[in-house]
Write a protein that binds this ligand. Sequence first.
Ligand SMILES: [Zn+2]
Length: 341
Amino acid sequence: MPWWASLKMRGFAVIKQSIESLPQSVCALCGSGGALVQAGISDPDRNLDGTWSFQRCANADCGVFWLDPAPPPHELWKAYTTYHPHTRKISGRFGKTMLSLVHRFIKLGLLPVWFLNGLKKEATYLRFMTLADEPVGKLLDVGCGGGRFLKRMQRRGWQVEGTDFVEEAVKEVTSRYGIKTYAGDLPDCAIEENSFDVITMSQVIEHLYDPKATLQACWRLLKPGGLLVMTTPNVKSIAASEFGASWRGWEAPRHLHLFSVDTLQRQTEQAGFKVTDARTYTADAAGVYRVSRDIQNGGASSWLDEIKGLCMGYRKELHEYRVQAEQPNTGQNVLIRARKP
Ligand SMILES: [Zn+2]
């Protein structure tokens, strides 16, 4: 843990770390210019100094959102020094206990049978990256992190391998679970072509400088008929419109490219895939709403405020799920399933 994180945990005011960011005037995927869609985005972890913007590509055949300015590759490590995806920092034992109790109460009692079981089914579907009913085979998880998903799939009979940028992370996955791993950017990993039945990328493509090159690499590494499954934050989600610069999904400066259903489907098809399912989902959106509210309010002020945020998050998750029937593709995350012909 870096020294400033330790001070922060003890309640000291902390000087934020600076990170170099360079203007990005054109789309890295197609070379077109863009238009500003959101300015004034801060690091949601509040460790990095500065604000960032997103531009939308003006090319109608592309339309991706990109971070502007963006840290150059040699600076990016600073953005991940204290990055703990999908976890919260809650101070005080009493606050933690209360929050945990309320959390359980909501899950067990208040979510009306998890909205008639639809949200629960969706959460289970995504927990296995949509693969629970697929025939088992050889699976590569790109951006495997600590390897929990790979272990879960291995237990179900899949033959699994993983890649990640962070060399220490993949070494740990190999030593802990005995799973074969590769360190680095997928297009640079020495992996045999036409060798996987499935490639998964859960919340990964938005972190890449060159999503196009990674999609092309996925196409090369999959066997003919192989399946690519991806999830990523949805820039056209209800939460993105509601929270503006405070939406957690911007995640500046770690998210370098962002997508909607249409834009990610187009990129996937341009890489040679046949897209079989392109839509959004809401499961586990409560946490994103909660953190977005904290960003908007400048951080949760007390455990009571944390609990208010928790209740708000679940209320909005239910609302978002319900709205999908009339306004499809406005859920928290994009899901793409695509086959290599
Ligand atoms: Zn573009």
